[in-house]
Design a protein around this ligand. Structure first.
Ligand code: NOJ
Length: 566
C-alpha cells in the first residue's frame, strides 16, 4: 500500500467517531445508541400468534415490526424464547443457543433480526444467567453422579440430617430453596422453582460457558441482553442460615432476610467481565436490579471506576405505586444524580399492569397518558411493556384451576400469580383480540373491545396516539434527547413539573397528578429563560398554541408539554 494511503487509513481509524477502540458510535454529547433508544419489552407467548395455536411466536413478532417502528420503538427486548420445559414460561432454559420450537426456528429468528435491522431497530434477548432448567444437559449430567463432569456446575450439598435441607434458605417462589435428589443423596439449591437449579458461578467453567452464550448471540446480531435475576448469582459458601423475621409470607413460610443468598459482592466481578464482552460488540447490558437504595444501584453501574451495567433498571421508580409528586420527585432526583444513565420502567411481566396500579377506576385512560408523559420524558432510557401503549389492563384469574403461573398455584388466593399481566396483545376487536384464531393460552380481558391497536389508531385522543406523539417528540427534540433534568415548583404536592434543558432551549413538562383542576405558574428566569411565553408541544386539555407561563390551567390528571427558548 502506498505510504500516503496507509497514513490516511491509520488517521481515519484513529479519529473517526465510528471506529473507536470498542466500535462505539456516539453523538456530539457523547451519548451512545442505547441512551437515545426507546426499548419495548415483549412477552413472545403473548404478542402475536402466526400459526394459530394460541401461543405467540417469532414470525408473529416479525409481522408486527412495522407497528413497533410506527410507534417509535428502537429496541425490542424479547423475554426468553429458548428451548424450555416452560415451567416458568421460558425462564427455565434447557438450551441457551437455540429457539424453542413453540416459537419457531433459528431461521425465523434470523428473519426477525433481518426485519428489525432493515427498519433500524435492534433486538435484545433475556439472559437467564442465575439458573438453567433441570432438563438442561448440564444439570442432567450433574445430577447423575457425584463425580459427573458437570457436578460442580450446580450447588450440591449434604443435608443437615435425614430429610433436613442444608440450611434455612427459602425459594422466592415458596418453600425450601433446596431439593433432595435420591440418585446421589444430596440436595441442590434453587432460588426459584425446583425446576430451575442455580448454576454455580464460583466455577470458572460456568462463567466461560455462559459468556460464550452471549458471544454466540452477538454473532447472530443481537445488541445486548437483559440480565435476569443478577442479585442471586452467588450464595454464601459457608451456607449460613438467614435471619428469620416475624410473621409469614404469602406462601405460609417464615419471613426472612435473604442476607446470605442474595446481593453478594462477588456478582460485581462477573458483571465487570461480562461488560468487557459486551463492549467488544457495542452491546448493552440491562439489569433486573431490585435495589433497595441508591448506593446499591450505583454499584451496578460500576463503582470505583469499573464498568458494569450501562442500564441497571431503576425498579425503585416502579415501587412508587401511587400518583405522588413528592415521591416521584425524590426518586427521580436520586437516580438522576447517581452518576449513571437512568432507566425508567412502569410495568413488566412480573408486576400488575400500570393501568391498574395507578388507575383510580374512573380516569384510567387519562392516568395512562399521565404516566406516559412522565417516564417517556425523563432524562434516561424508558423501557415500555407491550400493551401499555393501548392501556391494557390486568386480567387476573378468578378461579385457582385457571391459573397458569406456578406462583399463583402455590400462593392462591393471596398471590394469584402473574398471568394477569401477561395476557395476549390486543390488536383489534375481533375474537381473541386478533391475537390468534385459536383459543389463546390466557384469556384477553373484556376491555379489548375498546382498547386495541386498530380502534385506538383511528381515535386522535387515544392512549396509543398519545404515546405516538410523545415518542415522536422524544426522538426529535434535542432537549428531550440530551437535556438535563431540572425539577420545578418543588413544593407542589399535586403537580409534578420539570424542565429538560439543553443549551438555549428547554422542554417544560407539567403533570397534574390530582383528580381536581389545578392552576400553576412558572418563573423560569433562574433556569435561564426570562420570557413568560411557551409554545405548546403536547396537551391533553385546554392550553394550546402560545401560552403564558404565569397562569396555566390543567384539567384533572392533565398533561402539558411546551417548548421554551431564550
Ligand atoms: C425474573 C423474571 O423476570 C421472572 O419472570 C422469573 O420468574 C424469574 N426471574 C426467574 O428467572
Amino acid at each position: 500500500m502506498p505510504r500516503s494511503i496507509l497514513l490516511v487509513s491509520i488517521l481515519f481509524t484513529l479519529f473517526s467517531p465510528f471506529t473507536t477502540a470498542q466500535q462505539k458510535s456516539t453523538d456530539p454529547e457523547g451519548h451512545q445508541w442505547w441512551q437515545h433508544a426507546v426499548f419495548y419489552e415483549l412477552y413472545p407467548r403473548s404478542f402475536a400468534d402466526s400459526n394459530n395455536n394460541g401461543i405467540g411466536d417469532l414470525n408473529g413478532i416479525t409481522s408486527k415490526l412495522d407497528y413497533l417502528k410506527g410507534l417509535g420503538v428502537d429496541a425490542i427486548w424479547i423475554t426468553p424464547c429458548f428451548p424450555s420445559p416452560q415451567v416458568d414460561f421460558g425462564y427455565d432454559v434447557s438450551d441457551y443457543e437455540n429457539i424453542d420450537p413453540m416459537y419457531g426456528t433459528l431461521g425465523d429468528f434470523d428473519q426477525m433480526m433481518g426485519g428489525a435491522k432493515q427498519r433500524d431497530m435492534r433486538i435484545i434477548l433475556d439472559f437467564v444467567m442465575n439458573h438453567s432448567s433441570d432438563q438442561h444437559k448440564w444439570f442432567l449430567d450433574s445430577k447423575s453422579s457425584k463425580t459427573a463432569q458437570y457436578r460442580d456446575w450446580y450447588v450440591w450439598r449434604d443435608g443437615k440430617g435425614a430429610n433436613q435441607p442444608p440450611n434455612n434458605w427459602l425459594s422466592t417462589f415458596g418453600h425450601a430453596a433446596w431439593t433432595f435428589d435420591p440418585t446421589t443423596g444430596q440436595w441442590y439449591y434453587h432460588f426459584f422453582y425446583a425446576e430451575q437449579p442455580d448454576l454455580n458461578w464460583r466455577n470458572p467453567a460456568v462463567e466461560k460457558a455462559m459468556f460464550d452464550v452471549t458471544r454466540w448471540w452477538y454473532d447472530r446480531g443481537v445488541s445486548g441482553f437483559r440480565l435476569d435475576a443478577v442479585d442471586t448469582l452467588f450464595e454464601d459458601p459457608g451456607l449460613k442460615n438467614n435471619p428469620v423475621l416475624p410473621g409469614t409470607n404469602q406462601y405460609g413460610d417464615p419471613n426472612m432476610d435473604s442476607k446470605y443468598n442474595t446481593k453478594l459482592p462477588e456478582v460485581h466481578g462477573v458483571l465487570q467481565r461480562l461488560r468487557k464482552v459486551a463492549d467488544e460488540h457495542d452491546a448493552v447490558l440491562i439489569g433486573e436490579t431490585w435495589t433497595k437504595n441508591i448506593a446499591e444501584l450505583k454499584n451496578y453501574y460500576g463503582a470505583h471506576g469499573s464498568q458494569e451495567l450501562q442500564m441497571p433498571m431503576d425498579l425503585m421508580f416502579m415501587t412508587v405505586d401511587k400518583l405522588s409528586p413528592p415521591e416521584f420527585r425524590q426518586q427521580i432526583a436520586t437516580v438522576d444524580s447517581a452518576g449513571g444513565w437512568p432507566v425508567f420502567v412502569i410495568s413488566n411481566h412480573d408486576k400488575p399492569r400500570s393501568y391498574n396500579r395507578y388507575g383510580d377506576g374512573r380516569h384510567n385512560d387519562q392516568i395512562a397518558k399521565l404516566m406516559a408523559g412522565l417516564y417517556l420524558t425523563l432524562r434516561g432510557t424508558p423501557i415500555m411493556y407491550y400493551g401499555e401503549e393501548i392501556g391494557m389492563e390486568n386480567n387476573d384469574p378468578t378461579r385457582k384451576e385457571d391459573v397458569k403461573d406456578p406462583i399463583g398455584k402455590i400462593g392462591w388466593p393471596k398471590d394469584k400469580g402473574r398471568d394477569g399481566e401477561r395476557t395476549p396483545m390486543q390488536w383489534n376487536e375481533s375474537e381473541n383480540a386478533g391475537f390468534s384464531q385459536a383459543t389463546p393460552w390466557l384469556p384477553v380481558p373484556p376491555s379489548y373491545k375498546t382498547h386495541n391497536v386498530e380502534a385506538e389508531s383511528k381515535d386522535p385522543n387515544s392512549i396509543l396516539n398519545f404515546y405516538k406523539s410523545v415518542l415522536t417528540l422524544r426522538h426529535k427534540e434535542p432537549a428531550l434527547l440530551e437535556g438535563e433534568y431540572v425539577a420545578l415548583n418543588q413544593n407542589d404536592s399535586n403537580v409534578l413539573s420539570y424542565l429538560r434543558r439543553y443549551k438555549n432551549e428547554a422542554v417544560l413538562v407539567v403533570l397534574n397528578m390530582s383528580s381536581s383542576p389545578q392552576k400553576v405558574s412558572f418563573n423560569l428566569k433562574p433556569q435561564g429563560f426570562g420570557g413568560r411565553k411557551a409554545t405548546t408541544l403536547v396537551s391533553t386539555g385546554a392550553p394550546t398554541g402560545e401560552v403564558n407561563l404565569s397562569e396555566l390551567s390543567l384539567e384533572p390528571f392533565g398533561v402539558y408539554m411546551a417548548k421554551v427558548s431564550k
